[in-house]
Each structure stands twice: as structure tokens, then as C-alpha cells.
Write a protein that binds this ligand. Structure first.
Ligand code: PMP
Ligand code: GLU
Length: 397
């Protein structure tokens, strides 16, 4: 008998990874696909970080590390939090994991139990809602459309809170919208949360360094809620290290201890070599981060221009991350060769097959009228991809 558990049967596969895989399959058949689906920097990891990894191998960092990561790495993260965010943490409050993905999941599994409600603002990153399901919690979706720049208001947050609310997941800069909450907007949310001491605030700041709005603002800066905020961050995006797998939390001690316990039974600490590379990333020169950020900003400007040039697309101006998330409801309901586009996932498939451009339909992000293009790729490819998209969409009737 081959029957998977109910828990796993209820889980949807990651749409971002699935679209990227489809794109790779077509490429393997010799088709010239431009992949704007998966969100990862196209830059190589900076040289001094790679050098630190080589040195770690030569110096025999080949043994198990402590479960939450080497103390020296956690100290480097504590120093980063002070230097860049003016936040005070102790190394015991930091837990390093195999990517920020595991960090989010650790926290949800540590805090959320059967029937607990988790408020997830939509559009959301695909994995949040699936992880909540894994923890047997209940997703409470609060929707913010393009007319409010995809950001929820304090009133919306307050209306969604019930006695069963256990956590809120906030993502700024946001995947998939690129929206960034200002300090004043975060304060508005913090003022509401201050009245509900039972709620843990999970603040996903993995795109911290890819910010066009100015200084990064963390909701952990507000004293009224500070002892309930878990910061999620890591080296994947800002340091172009997606494959190395290193994410971390900065959390209240009880949550850090819980994640440590969970991880100790589940994965142990992350790769020793990767940890030494991440330590170098945080302690080393930071100009590589700014150089990549500037390239993303230039591409943001280009993509907004290209997106605005497509009839029927409604485009916001992302303030961070590397995604354009146009509302393309105009095309929903139209058809191609007798096949109707019932939502944006159909549209994404159509674009893959007809334009050979891989994007991700907004359905997986809780926004069925939108579609996500990752612009973490060369300018020429972006121009060509959006040209193809425009031509293909014009063929819908
Ligand atoms: N949070 C968000 C919003 C993301 O986009 C990603 C990218 N996959 C992650 C977390 C996880 O990042 P990591 O590669 O560190 O697991
Ligand atoms: N966060 C990236 C994305 O949204 C990477 C893929 C994933 O882990 O989902 O495309």
C-alpha cells in the first residue's frame, strides 16, 4: 500500500519551484525559454564569501556544528542586527537553519497548533499558507489589492483578530508584490498588535537588502510588541547565496529554544561550510550588497516601464525585492484556440507555452488576478521576455 499521510495529501507543491521546473524541462527540449518564475538573484556569490568557504574546508570545519549554528556566526548576526537595524539581541536568541524557508516553518511549528489562527496578508509568499497547514493551523487571509499597494491597514488587521489568533506573518519588502511598509505603516500595525499580547509577529525580512525606498524598517523596532516579534532573514537574496541554504531567526528566547529543540530532532545545524561563508558575508565588506541592489533597482525601473507598455496590465511601482506583480484581470475570461483563461495560473501556462516566458500565476499567492515576473535576470532578457508577453497577450480573444 502506498498511501501518503493526510497531512501531506493536503499540502500543495510549491508553485514557484514547479513553474521553474517546467521551464527547465522545456529548455532541455531545446526551447528558448526565458525563466522569470523562480525568485533568485542571477549574480554569483561574491568572491570573499566563496574564499571563506574554501578556507573552512581546508581548516576542517567538517564536524557537526551546534544545533542553532556556530556561536561565531550567531555573534556576526547579532552584530549585523545592531549595526544595520539598531536592534539588541543575544546569540542565544538566534537560530540558524537550512534557509529562511526552514526558519519560517520552524517558527510556525513551534507556535501554531491545531485550530490556531494565523493571519496571512494576501498577496502572500506561496509557502506560508502551506506551512500553516502543516502546523494544523487555520489560515486567515486578509486581502490587500493593488489599489492599496498590496499593504494591509491597521483596520483590516484589527478586524481579522479573534481570540484564536496565534500569529501574523508579515513580509516587507514583499514577495510577490515588492511593496514595502513604511515606518509609519508598521507603527499603525504595531499599535493594534500591542492590544493582543497572545499574537506572535513573524516578520519575514529576507529582502531587507533589496530595498529602493531607503532604509529598511523592521516591525521589531517598536517596544510595545518587541518581545513577540520573530525576525526571519538569511543570506539567500542579499548576498546571492540561494543554493548555500542559510536562514536565521532573531526571536524571543522561548521561541528560539523551541526551534532549537525542533531542529535538534529534525535536521541538526545547517552545513558547517555554509555557516563559515555566511559569517564572512556578515563580517566582510558590504559594497557587493549595494552593487547588486543598484542593478535590481535599474531593472525595477525597466520592468515598470515594460509592464506599463502592455495593454490591460495594471502595474504598481515595487519598492523592494525583485518581482513585478501586475494585475492582469483584463485578460481573465479571454480565450486562445478555444481554451479559456479562467485565472492567472492559466495565463501563466499560456505564456510559458506560447511566449516561452515562465512566470507564476497569482493564484498560488492568493491573488488570482495577478501574475508574478521575477526580474532578477539580465536587462536584455527582460526586454525580450516582455516583448514576447505583449505579443502573446495580443493574440487572446
Ligand atoms: N521568504 C520569502 C518571502 C522568500 O521569497 C523566500 C525565497 N525562497 C524565502 C523566505 C526562503 O528563502 P531561503 O532561500 O533562505 O530558504
Ligand atoms: N522565494 C523564491 C520564490 O518565491 C524561491 C522559490 C521558493 O523557495 O519558493 O520564487
Amino acid at each position: 500500500m502506498s498511501e501518503i499521510s493526510e497531512r501531506l495529501a493536503a499540502l500543495s507543491p510549491s508553485e514557484t519551484l514547479a513553474m521553474s521546473q517546467k521551464s527547465d524541462e522545456l529548455k532541455a527540449q531545446g526551447i528558448d525559454v526565458i525563466n522569470l518564475s523562480v525568485g533568485e538573484p542571477d549574480f554569483f556569490t561574491p568572491g570573499f564569501i566563496k574564499e571563506a568557504a574554501r578556507k573552512a574546508i581546508d581548516e576542517n570545519f567538517s564536524f557537526y556544528s551546534p544545533v542553532p549554528g556556530y556561536l561565531s556566526l550567531r555573534q556576526a548576526i547579532v552584530a549585523k542586527l545592531k549595526r544595520e537595524n539598531n536592534l539588541d539581541y543575544q546569540p542565544g536568541q538566534i537560530v540558524c537553519s537550512n534557509g529562511a524557508k526552514q526558519s519560517v516553518c520552524n517558527v510556525l511549528l513551534s507556535v501554531v497548533g491545531p485550530g490556531d489562527e494565523v493571519i496571512v496578508p494576501a498577496p502572500y509568499w506561496v509557502s506560508y499558507v502551506e506551512m500553516v497547514k502543516l502546523a494544523e493551523g487555520k489560515n486567515v487571509i486578509v486581502t490587500a489589492g493593488i489599489e492599496q499597494d498590496f499593504k494591509i491597514t491597521p483596520g483590516q488587521l484589527e478586524a481579522a483578530i479573534t481570540p484564536r489568533t496565534k500569529a501574523l506573518i508579515l513580509c516587507s519588502p514583499s514577495n510577490p508584490t515588492g511593496s514595502v511598509y513604511s515606518q509609519a505603516e508598521l507603527k499603525g500595525l504595531a499599535d493594534v498588535l500591542a492590544h493582543y499580547p497572545r499574537i506572535t509577529i513573524i516578520s519575514d525580512e529576507i529582502y531587507e537588502h533589496i530595498n529602493y525606498a531607503g532604509k529598511h524598517e523592521s516591525i521589531a523596532q517598536f517596544d510595545s510588541i518587541r518581545d513577540r516579534v520573530v525576525i526571519i532573514n538569511g543570506v539567500s537574496k542579499g548576498y546571492a547565496m540561494t543554493g548555500w541554504r542559510l536562514g536565521w531567526i532573531a526571536a524571543p528566547q522561548w521561541i528560539a529554544s523551541a526551534c532549537n529543540k525542533l531542529q535538534g530532532q529534525y535536521t541538526s545545524g545547517p552545513s558547517s561550510i555554509t555557516q563559515k561563508a555566511a559569517e564572512a558575508a556578515y563580517n566582510g565588506p558590504q559594497d557587493c550588497v549595494e552593487t547588486m541592489r543598484q542593478a535590481f533597482e535599474r531593472r525595477r525601473d525597466l520592468m515598470v516601464q515594460l509592464g506599463n507598455d502592455i495593454p490591460g496590465f495594471q502595474v504598481n511601482r515595487p519598492q523592494g525585492a525583485f518581482y513585478l506583480f501586475p494585475d492582469c484581470s483584463y485578460y481573465i475570461g479571454k480565450s486562445f484556440n478555444g481554451k479559456k483563461m479562467t485565472h492567472s495560473a492559466d495565463l501563466a501556462l499560456f505564456l510559458l507555452e506560447e511566449a516561452h516566458v515562465a512566470a507564476v500565476g497569482g493564484v498560488a499567492f492568493g491573488a488570482p488576478g495577478c501574475i508574478r515576473f521575477s526580474y532578477a535576470t539580465a536587462d536584455e532578457k527582460l526586454v525580450e521576455a516582455m516583448r514576447r508577453v505583449k505579443v502573446a497577450l495580443a493574440g487572446l480573444g
